[in-house]
Design a protein around this ligand. Structure first.
Ligand SMILES: C[S@@+](CC[C@H](N)C(=O)[O-])C[C@H]1O[C@@H](n2cnc3c(N)ncnc32)[C@H](O)[C@@H]1O
Ligand SMILES: [Zn+2]
Length: 429
């Protein structure tokens, strides 16, 4: 399979690298000392940018890619592309743990070649080499693969900042049905301090709201959804992961053929500072954006609440952050592999995936509410998180923790009712 994968693609082998990347004759890179290990795969980060804190994001990618490989109903070789590979740890894990037939590891920095080659060499050597290394700008590499009609099953782009230039090229170089693992570390845009850059990168105008890190994920998915629509495709998020360190926003989306309607899950989120309620609005409701608390204040919709109290962000992804069925399979696989209940870098995959599964309840609207906000609006001490969730569920609402905010809940319960429930818990009603 590996040989046929190599034959099917114009991977740059040391003998066939495109000019001007033809390497000068050099001694074989000595495998660097193994100083790190992730789930049993050893490697050396060398001088590359590497964070052990990001291992959970790599675990999630490996689980998703494995499920995708197992589900693939085709004899075609399973191909992965790690477009900004650093030391190559992801490429290595796609080979060793996902069982990819071929992995392409790319990093713009040629200085990283010895460390990437050293790490991948340890896994397998010629003649059955199942990997290739290149040093191109990611967008150029992805565009070249597309022009050669070479499509990948999984493309992982572990970029810095809010770079979104690669998204269209990555979608073009992906097989229909394939998985694209997107990244943003642009927390300034997510928090509403970089509206111009979020507008240019993702087409979304973001202002500060109390759930910025979920907005960061939705901005990224929305940007990809828009790019997919331009190409006549649509995407669905399999999972969305916010990691506090960094911070890093990561989303695994699946590419599907056809445009869909393009707007059912793409629109605006409105947050009212007066009452704390959030709501989504579609494009057809632009111009009618207000908050129900206006009626309660003046008894009429004519005089709306102070316009400064309403914050509108978007357009962005307003649909589900995750796919429940897929996440459930990821959790089963993590359990099967003994990854679920270990704690690595302070993260339990079981807990993380359980929370994400709860968050994927389609009844839950975008956003989360922090307990301290509930407490301050209800004028009570913070209710215990678990008690509040259970009470809201007893009232018939969907409610759960958020994997993004440790002290926050997601619920479809209107804020007013949520405050009453908090007061009841504190026996104030
Ligand atoms: C966040 S680090 C990658 C870390 C690595 N993926 C990991 O999991 O440990 C980003 C890498 O992208 C590379 N890079 C930055 N801009 C790039 C570009 N336009 N094309 C390709 N690589 C790029 C950098 O040299 C850096 O090694
Ligand atoms: Zn309001």
């Amino acid at each position: 399979m590996a040989t046929s994968a190599a034959a099917a693609l114009s991977f740059p082998t040391p003998r066939a690298l495109p000019s001007p990347l033809q390497p000068r004759r050099r001694r074989r890179a000595e495998p660097p000392a193994c100083t790190h290990s992730e789930r049993g795969v050893t490697f050396d980060p060398g001088s590359a940018f590497y964070r052990s804190d990001s291992a959970a994001g790599r675990d999630l990618a490996v689980l998703a890619a494995t499920l995708h490989r197992r589900a693939a109903d085709t004899p075609a070789p399973f191909l992965c592309l790690d477009a900004m590979c650093g030391c190559g740890v992801r490429a290595l894990r796609y080979l060793a743990q996902v069982g990819a037939d071929f992995v392409w590891a790319n990093d713009a920095s040629e200085a990283l070649r010895p460390v990437i080659v050293g790490n991948l060499s340890r896994f397998e050597r010629a003649p059955d080499r199942r990997w290739a290394v290149s040093h191109l700008d990611a967008t150029r590499l992805l565009s070249e693969r597309y022009l050669r009609r070479e499509y990948f099953d999984v493309i992982d782009v572990d970029s810095f900042g809010g770079d979104a230039a690669y998204i269209r090229a990555a979608l073009l170089a992906l097989r229909i049905g394939g998985l694209l693992y997107l990244t943003s570390t642009d927390w300034r845009s997510a928090r509403g301090y970089g509206s111009r850059s979020s507008l240019s990168s993702y087409g979304a105008y973001i202002r500060p709201v109390p759930y910025p890190n979920e907005v960061g994920l939705r901005m990224l998915i929305g940007g990809a959804a828009r790019e997919a629509a331009i190409l006549g495709f649509h995407i669905t998020p399999l999972f969305s992961y916010y990691a506090y360190h960094g911070p890093i926003f990561r989303v695994m989306v699946q590419l599907h053929n056809g445009k869909q309607d393009g707007i059912s899950n793409y629109g605006f989120i409105c947050h009212c500072k007066s009452c704390g309620q959030s709501r989504t609005f579609g494009f057809h409701e632009l111009g009618q954006i207000t908050c129900d608390c206006a009626d309660k204040i003046v008894g009429t919709r004519v005089s709306v609440v102070d316009p400064d109290s309403i914050t509108v962000v978007g357009p962005l992804w307003t649909g589900p952050l995750h796919d429940t069925t897929f996440l459930t399979k990821m959790l089963s696989l993590a359990t099967e592999w003994g990854w679920a209940n270990t704690i690595e870098n302070g993260i339990s995959l079981e807990k993380l995936l359980d929370t994400m599964i709860e968050e994927s309840d389609s009844r839950l609207p975008p956003g989360y509410i922090r307990l301290d906000e509930i407490a301050s609006r209800a004028k009570v001490n913070s209710p215990p998180l678990g008690t509040l969730i259970n009470s809201l569920r007893k009232e018939g609402y969907a409610a759960c923790r958020s994997h993004i905010g440790a002290n926050a809940i997601k619920t479809n319960c209107p804020i007013e009712c949520c405050l009453e429930v908090a007061q009841e818990i504190r026996n104030l009603r």
